[in-house]
Design a protein around this ligand. Structure first.
Ligand code: FES
Length: 247
């Protein structure tokens, strides 16, 4: 199939960007979305045109690098909910479709180039407290620290967050609360995370605000586009943790 791609091109964060139109030819339905861009980039390179810059690493929905908006929705989640754009196969599209590709648009995620954003604000939120500072040593026996099954499962649900930033991109307030809530709740739900729970939530929420992310106004857009289907329940848990810690 042949597709028309309207792609956001921007040399860097200091200059204005604009949409450019390209034709992606002989795209197979078996290709992934990123393979389709690879193919287009090969053609552009052969024609002496600068290829489209985009991020990717694992290409299997784990690293959170492939961050762009497809036809108005982060990760193109309208085509295949619960997956990152790197996992989206081209069989969802048909010959002649027009696709629009844009970077995340949030003040805290400045554009580096084309579809690539600087998401290091998330790293700084994690560095503010998203870890357990004690040395936990080697792998202990499974029954050394008893954890209720429902707590272990809830912590695992939160731990699925890959930090891609789709929650921020989908939110009209550019709120990072789903991401921060997943990280806070993951550790707050486990006994190993209890000791530093107070400092963790205060520091991470403080850093989130300092980075310029907005607040949550319960639109659920973040949950709808999250490639790991993180629940907004975790935002409620983070708010409870914050209130307890701030007392
Ligand atoms: S490239 Fe790793 S999640 Fe998409």
């Amino acid at each position: 199939m042949n597709l028309i791609l309207k792609v956001w091109r921007q040399k860097n964060g200091q200059v204005k960007g604009r949409f450019e139109t390209f034709e992606a030819k002989e795209v197979s339905p078996e290709m992934s979305f990123l393979e389709m861009i690879d193919l287009l980039n090969e053609t552009l390179t052969q024609q002496g045109i600068e290829p489209i810059a985009f991020d990717s690493d694992c290409r299997e929905g784990i690293c959170g690098m492939c961050s762009f908006v497809l036809n108005g929705v982060p990760h193109g989640a309208q085509y295949q909910p619960g997956s990152a754009v790197c996992q989206l196969p081209m069989r969802h599209f048909k010959d002649g479709d027009v696709l629009t590709l844009e970077p995340w648009r949030a003040k805290a995620f400045p554009v580096v180039k084309d579809l690539v954003c600087d998401r290091s604000a998330f790293d700084r939120v994690i560095a503010a407290g998203g870890f357990v500072s004690v040395n936990t040593g080697g792998c202990p026996d499974a029954n050394a620290i008893p954890v209720r099954k429902q707590d272990a499962e809830r912590a695992m649900d939160a731990a699925q967050c890959i930090g891609c930033g789709a929650c921020v991109a989908a939110c009209k307030n550019a709120s990072a609360m789903l991401f921060v809530a997943a990280k806070v709740s993951h550790l707050a739900t486990l006994p190993q995370g209890q000791i530093e729970a107070r400092e963790r939530v205060l520091n991470m929420v403080g850093q989130m605000d300092a980075e310029g992310f907005g607040n949550c106004t319960n639109m659920y857009e973040c949950q709808a586009v999250c490639p790991k289907e993180i629940s907004v329940d975790f935002i409620a848990q983070m708010n409870r943790e914050y209130l307890k810690a701030a007392r």
